[in-house]
Design a protein around this ligand. Structure first.
Ligand code: BGC
Length: 759
């Protein structure tokens, strides 16, 4: 019986393999055949990816791009937000080009298309891969209905520097969590069939190390050892590749002195040869010509460098289009290299099904019916509430009890345009739900709500403008700070609780939004102090695209709920959490520093030769005179309205050999009054290695739900696979020795046991 199942499974695999081979052969034959008819110019045209700004207004045929498209000089276009325009341009391309090759339409669909989910940093705080995948699936289904076939997401740049504005676009500081997210996102976008009308091609970015920009200043230099790259920064990109991502975007920064856009080691050796990536590589926006500024040569030189490195598509730079022919004639690039790049792009178009039906993704009827639907918005609301992290909740102020009078105060309470956060290109921000609206609807007649703005986002108008651009305005209030505070205090006079909606503007984070101070802006802190001085309980609802420095707030404000930028349904989702309809269960994916001087502060650091073992401060130990080593809120941290109690952890063995499996089990009990979710976290420390190892590394997590009084036994299976790391020779392997196994509710509160594992 068993044997026949095995044989059947073998036959099935063989049949599937054969079918795939036949499909692939057909594809290569089609693409080969097409390429045999293409001129060099037409091939170079496929490598060219202009932005949409030239022709989003007006008719396609009279736009600047029409001539280029007609001449076969465009392979794809990105960031057009109109199914009608996309269809029109696709028709123009198919009908007016010699070989009728359809265009590829891309967009930055980063955390939702029209229905917007939390910013990626918020999504990562859900620690729920099912939800992450679902958000990408919904984004793909909406974007594909509007003609988009390709998204520049996920962004998996690991970062340990919250000054870096693009922290908001990624998954925080940990490679294991970010790798799981990369996989879930790629699968969510691409599904199992790229040619399906409701899936789109994913593009993992920004390869590589972009999040390690010096000083957290965007586009800045990075420099790190290879062991750190391989062990800490590379894994999430690799996870996306292993998950079958169709394309990769190279980053702006340099690596080992060579910008990623022209780095052959990075693209050809690591990505293609070591990781076996066989999709196409696109540059970032003018990333190729920017190599002139980096000091890599003139325009022609840097374009040749980029193609030779293995980059296939030139985003906006136009240098592939205009210089590669000359470079080929001069022997600086080869025809084979151009062919390869063109082939990879045509294969992507084939896999998307564009040669079968160039219009399969622009379905106006589907667009009208399937975008920003009530069902999608309901899912976004649920998902958003799962991303909130309860940082503090003294005396169980939250959830707010029914029937009370709430004073809602703050510049973010009624800031519709700011709810979706950065990178929400497809959003209609006029449709977003504010906290004022969400709370008003949720309370109905069961309580009372009063509102005052309380302060501007920033006292300085120019500073506010920089953080509210791209249609994310927060109208300036012309009154003095004192007048606004007075109003807030007076409306709060007979309130039972004050909810202060404070923090950053939507564009305080994101691209080119680096900051050297990451406090709540002074104008708002002054307001917060005045609110606290009333003696009323204050709940801080914090909007932020990065970890902020909250040392003062954590001392003085009784309750803090971090809501990131939660998307189009933010207001309803926050109201759900404040009123206890949803119990917060998010956990930080990035440490919150005590002050900027502590940066970088991250949980999986090395031990040093002089670790601080006892109390801070100790002379001649690795610590600061003026601030402790540990962060204010550690990686993995987040409270709940209920309490979870961890029982003693059990190990299946203390001494292991070879490929055995170690099972770690821990009972977790909900000892509080509310049903709630807890993320049970597993960390490992490899005590001795041929290279130094981090003091702990996340190696497993499980988000569980427990009713009041309920206990669940949570198990993790550990195999040597989880113990592997890249050694000094960059070989992936594990080493015999002692390992600490840690289980707990966050990276700092763990139980520890030791095992010995021999090869
Ligand atoms: C960003 C990318 C983005 C691209 C296209 C660049 O400036 O770095 O993340 O995908 O623009 O909009």
């Amino acid at each position: 019986m068993k044997k026949s199942i095995l044989i059947n499974a073998f036959l099935l695999t063989s049949v599937l393999g054969l079918a795939q081979n036949t499909k692939d052969a057909k594809m290569h034959q089609f693409v080969g055949n097409l390429m045999s008819k293409m001129t060099l110019e037409e091939k170079l045209g496929q490598l060219n990816l202009p932005a949409s700004s030239d022709f989003v207004t007006g008719a396609v045929s009279s736009s600047d791009i029409a001539e280029k498209v007609k001449a076969g000089k465009v392979g794809g276009v990105f960031n057009i937000r109109s199914v009608t325009k996309i269809k029109e341009l696709q028709e123009f391309a198919v009908n007016n080009t010699r070989l009728h090759i359809p265009l590829l339409f891309g967009m930055d669909v980063i955390h939702g298309y029209r229905t917007i989910f939390p910013i990626p940093l918020g999504m990562s705080a859900t620690w729920d891969m099912g939800l992450v995948e679902r958000s990408a699936q919904i984004a793909a289904s909406e974007a594909s209905a509007d003609g988009i076939q390709w998204t520049f997401s996920p962004m998996v740049d690991l970062t340990r520097d919250p000054r870096w504005g693009r922290t908001s676009e990624g998954n925080g500081e940990d490679a294991f969590l970010s790798s799981a997210i990369a996989k879930a996102m790629v699968h969510g976008y691409q599904g199992d069939d790229l040619s399906a009308p409701n899936t789109i091609m994913s593009c993992v970015k920004h390869y590589a190390l972009y999040g390690a920009a010096e000083g957290g200043r965007d586009y800045n230099t990075t420099d790190m050892s290879r062991v750190r790259m391989y062990n800490e920064y590379f894994p999430p990109y690799k996870a996306a590749v292993d998950a079958g991502v169709g394309s990769v975007m190279v980053s702006f920064n340099e690596i080992d002195g060579v910008p990623a856009s022209g780095n052959k080691w990075l693209v050809d050796d690591v990505l293609r040869k070591q990781w076996k990536f066989n999709g196409f590589v696109v540059s970032d926006y003018t990333g190729i010509p920017e190599m002139v500024n980096h000091g890599m040569g003139d325009f022609q030189t840097v374009n040749a460098l980029s193609l030779n490195a293995g980059v296939d598509m030139d985003m906006v730079g136009e240098g592939f289009l205009t210089t590669l022919k000359k470079s080929m004639q001069e022997g600086k690039v080869s025809m084979a290299q151009i062919n390869k790049a063109c082939e990879r792009i045509l294969i992507a178009k084939y896999q998307l099904g564009l040669f079968d039906d160039p219009y399969k993704y622009c379905n106006e009827a589907r667009s009208a019916k399937e975008v920003f639907t009530a069902a999608n918005r309901a899912e976004a609301r649920k998902i958003a509430a799962q991303s909130f992290v309860l940082l503090k909740n003294n005396n169980h102020i939250l959830p707010l009890s029914a029937g009370k009078k709430i004073a809602l105060v703050g510049p973010l309470a009624n800031a519709k345009e700011n709810m979706t956060g950065t990178w929400s290109v497809g959003a209609d921000n006029t449709q977003s739900v504010t906290l004022l609206k969400g709370l008003t609807d949720a309370i109905g007649t069961n309580g009372k709500l009063v509102y005052a703005k309380g302060s501007n986002l920033e006292d300085d108008e120019e500073m506010q403008k920089r953080q509210t651009m791209f249609g994310k305005d927060i109208a300036r209030d012309g009154r003095t700070a004192e007048q606004m505070i007075q109003e807030a205090i007076s409306i709060s006079a007979d309130a039972d609780v004050i909810v202060a909606a404070l923090g950053e503007g939507a564009e305080s984070s994101g691209e080119s939004a680096s900051k050297s101070e990451i406090d709540i802006p002074y104008a708002q802190k002054r307001l917060l102090k005045a609110l606290l001085a009333t003696g009323k309980p204050v709940v801080l609802v914090l909007f932020n695209g990065r970890p902020l420095t909250l040392s003062w707030e954590s001392e003085n404000v009784p309750a803090i709920l971090d809501v990131w930028f939660a998307g189009s349904e933010a207001g309803d989702a926050i109201a759900d959490a404040l009123l206890g309809k949803v119990n917060p269960s998010g956990k930080l994916s990035m440490s919150f520093p005590r002050n900027v001087g502590q940066i970088p502060v991250y949980y999986n650091h090395k031990n040093t030769g002089r670790p601080l073992t006892g109390k801070w401060f100790a002379k001649f130990q690795s610590n600061y005179i003026d601030v402790p080593n540990d962060p204010l809120y550690p990686f993995g941290y987040g409270l709940s309205y209920t309490q979870f109690e961890y029982g003693a952890m059990q190990l299946s063995a203390k001494q292991l050999k070879g490929n055995q499996t170690l099972t770690v089990t821990v009972p977790v009990k909900n000892t509080g009054k509310y049903a709630g979710k807890e993320v049970v976290q597993l960390y490992i420390r490899d005590e001795v290695g041929s290279i130094t190892r981090p003091v702990q590394e996340l190696k497993g997590f499980n988000k569980i739900e427990l009713a009041p009084g309920e206990t669940k036994n949570i198990s993790f299976e550990i195999t040597p696979e989880l113990l592997k790391f890249y050694n000094g020779d960059l070989k992936l392997d594990w080493e015999s020795g002692d390992f600490q196994i840690m289980v707990g509710t966050n990276s700092k509160e763990v139980q520890v046991a030791k095992v010995n594992w021999q090869k």
